[in-house]
Design a protein around this ligand. Structure first.
Ligand code: PLP
Length: 357
């Protein structure tokens, strides 16, 4: 049976990227060697890294002021990397849920990290708007897509202080104006590639303004100067990212992808609204096009989540269990998930409704 992969992360990747990765593991570039047993300093690998950077630069229209880095450690490492490199005294955080809160917690180790807005009053079912941004902040940190609660900033906000964003789960899902951000980061494993590599897009001119001494490894400048080769980069994940970006370019780039993502999201949210068994807890205007949480509607709230999960599983649907903080279900409909998988889920929800009525 065909599998439909709604996993929140690591996530579905384009089939072509996986096939090319499998080939490169066995024999890379016809070298008679595996991609994972050659020096990262070989020309063949340097070309991979350069192509990944060039593709990301092209796809996101990254201006020359900003440098692309490929690092280890995951987005969670950036939670302390960012304040270490950017916070002298005070930084602001928009708390839109679990990941934003974790970033804030780490920042508190380095100075006065303040919550400038928070959506906890309604279990993070909305994106705070119109909040005040103090001008004495060294930066403002936002999480553009709330992977767990399914909310998303739909536009780049205007920010009077340097803006830093965790875009782990919606990078490349829509066009962003990179010039508005001092730094963008994320783990690749949500929408860009496999686990093991972290992308950073940083405005170089905004670095070097903190008073503390920075260990080489936790200094963005080290990695800019070293071209992400200061130490051994995560070779294999970078290769798969490069293949995924190539695929994205081949289907028309970010704008084409955004249109497909909207189609997928409209289809799924539309069915959740129509289907009397389900509802979506998130406020309509803030609903994520990447992660779609839904629960049983009030009328069916005593039903076990496993009833639908097992029915879906029998139809080839994988990864639909909701996060424990939301309950119910979550369909992650990242870039590489085809429209037909969303249609299959919608069909499954319809059949389930018929069966239970
Ligand atoms: C998954 C996720 C993280 C954590 O990423 P790691 O690479 O596992 O550290 C951080 N932020 C957001 C928004 C996420 O979805």
């Amino acid at each position: 049976m065909k599998k439909h992969n709604f996993s929140a992360g690591p996530c579905i990747l384009p089939r072509i990227a996986i096939e090319n990765a499998a080939k490169a593991i066995l024999d890379f570039n016809g070298m008679g060697l595996s991609l994972i047993e050659i020096s990262h300093r070989t020309k063949d690998f340097e070309d991979v890294l350069d192509e990944a950077t060039a593709l990301l630069t092209e796809l996101l229209d990254i201006p020359a002021t900003h440098k692309v880095l490929w690092l280890g450690g995951g987005a969670s490492t950036q939670f302390y990397f960012v304040p270490f490199n950017f916070m002298n005294k005070k930084a602001g955080y928009v708390n839109t849920g679990v990941w934003a809160k974790k970033a804030l917690k780490e920042a508190k180790l380095f100075g006065d990290a303040v919550e400038v807005a928070c959506s906890e009053d309604k279990n993070n079912t909305y994106i705070p708007k119109g909040f005040n941004i103090p001008l004495d902040l060294d930066y403002l940190h936002i999480t553009t897509n709330n992977t767990i609660f399914g909310t998303q900033f739909k536009e780049d906000i205007d920010c009077p202080v340097p803006l830093i964003a965790d875009m782990s789960s919606d990078i490349l899902s829509r066009k962003v104006d990179v010039s508005k951000y001092a730094l963008i980061y994320g783990g690749a494993q949500k929408n860009m590639g496999p686990a093991g590599v972290t992308f950073v897009i940083v405005n170089e001119s905004m670095l070097g303004k903190v008073d503390r001494k920075l260990p080489s490894m936790i200094n963005y400048k080290t990695h800019i100067d070293g071209g992400s080769m200061f130490n051994t980069p995560p070779v294999f994940p970078i290769f798969v990212v490069k293949e995924t970006l190539k695929w994205l370019k081949s289907i028309g780039g970010v704008e084409a992808m955004a249109a497909i993502n909207k189609q997928k999201a409209d289809l799924l949210y539309g069915e959740i609204e129509r289907n009397e068994m389900f509802s979506c807890p998130v406020e309509v205007q803030d609903r994520s096009v990447m992660n779609v949480p839904f629960v049983y509607s009030d009328k069916y709230k005593d039903m076990e989540p496993t009833a639908f999960l097992n029915f879906a599983k029998d139809n080839g649907m994988i990864g639909l269990k909701g996060h424990r903080l939301v309950g119910g279900f979550r369909a992650s409909i990242y870039n590489a998930l085809p429209l037909e998988s969303v249609q299959a889920l919608v069909d499954c929800m319809k059949e389930f409704e018929q069966k239970c009525k």
